[in-house]
Design a binder for this molecule. Structure first.
Ligand SMILES: [Zn+2]
Length: 282
């Protein structure tokens, strides 16, 4: 398995040969940065934890060079930041017992350049070998350009594969913008009511980001609790933790459907829900 950049890495926590390690993948998350996986795709990580027949593989597209830094890491060079972020991602992969962790090591600008096919080629090669049944990536209404760029590349990649090589499901997940605004009927709820200790541990390895002044660990656990409580206004809480996904599968079933039209349909249903309520009570 070779990628376009010589600096790309495949980390196999249990040391299995690469092809064999990748081939056991059933669930795969493809994200922009180190830590996005643990923020947005905790459910598949926990589902696969300690299982023999389902396995989680993580893919991070960027190199982490431009990360904010403070405290311990204040004087780190871009290269030192890259190294520390790779080390943190590997710690999470070990802790979460991933089948494999791929670090493609692209600068963000290359991911955002839709004319650059390198990342698309890498992902095509990877998905051909790993054949995941479920893929998790960023949601299309995220407010971080690199996140949305990754989602577009993933959609392009899957669309380019023959039908038999595509995953059954593609989900867009929450990082830089929660999906609380989606209509309840448009939300895919991911149950995170158990293993809070593991969830906290997976988020906690990212010391360079947390020390950088952002409590992503507390914020992510808090969002999961808030999602669970605010999900349905009339029911009792059925779980202590939820994260939400947007089902992007229609975009890989209908490969001609414009991505923008698809996301506008979600926004349109949200706008109508607000307007309809005004009609009723305003
Ligand atoms: Zn990110």
């Amino acid at each position: 398995m070779r990628f376009n950049l010589d600096t790309a890495e495949i980390f196999i926590p249990d040391g299995l040969p690469v092809e064999q390690a990748l081939a056991r993948t059933t669930h795969m998350a493809v994200t922009a940065h180190q830590d996005d996986i643990e923020i947005m795709a905790a459910e598949p990580i926990l589902q696969c934890f300690q299982q023999k027949d389902i396995w989680f593989t993580g893919v991070v597209a960027t190199d982490g060079r431009g990360s904010p830094r403070d405290d311990l890491y204040k004087d780190y060079t871009d290269e030192e930041m890259r190294e520390v972020r790779i080390k943190e991602q590997k710690k999470a992969a070990f802790l979460g017992e991933y089948a494999a962790q791929i670090l493609l090591d692209y600068p963000s600008r290359m991911i955002k350049d839709n004319g650059n096919r390198n990342v698309v080629e890498d992902l095509v090669a990877l998905i051909r070998v790993a054949k995941p049944k479920y893929i998790y990536t960023h949601n299309l209404a995220d407010k971080h350009d690199t996140h949305v760029a990754v989602a577009f590349r993933v959609i392009d990649v899957i669309r380019s594969l023959p039908d038999a090589g595509r995953p059954e499901k593609l989900y867009g997940c929450e990082v830089w913008r929660s999906l609380d605004w989606l209509l309840d009927s448009d939300k895919v709820p991911f149950n995170l009511g158990s293993h809070e200790n593991l969830q906290a541990a997976l988020l906690g390895v990212y010391d360079s980001q947390i020390c950088g002044g952002k409590r992503y660990d507390l914020a992510s656990m808090g969002r999961r609790k808030a999602n669970a409580t605010y999900f349905e206004s009339h029911g009792v809480d059925v779980t202590q933790g939820l994260s939400f996904g947007m089902d992007l599968t229609p975009l890989i079933l209908d490969t001609k459907k414009p991505v923008n039209d698809f996301i506008q349909e979600f926004i349109g249903r949200f706008a109508k829900d607000v307007a309809d309520r005004f009609e009723r009570v305003g």
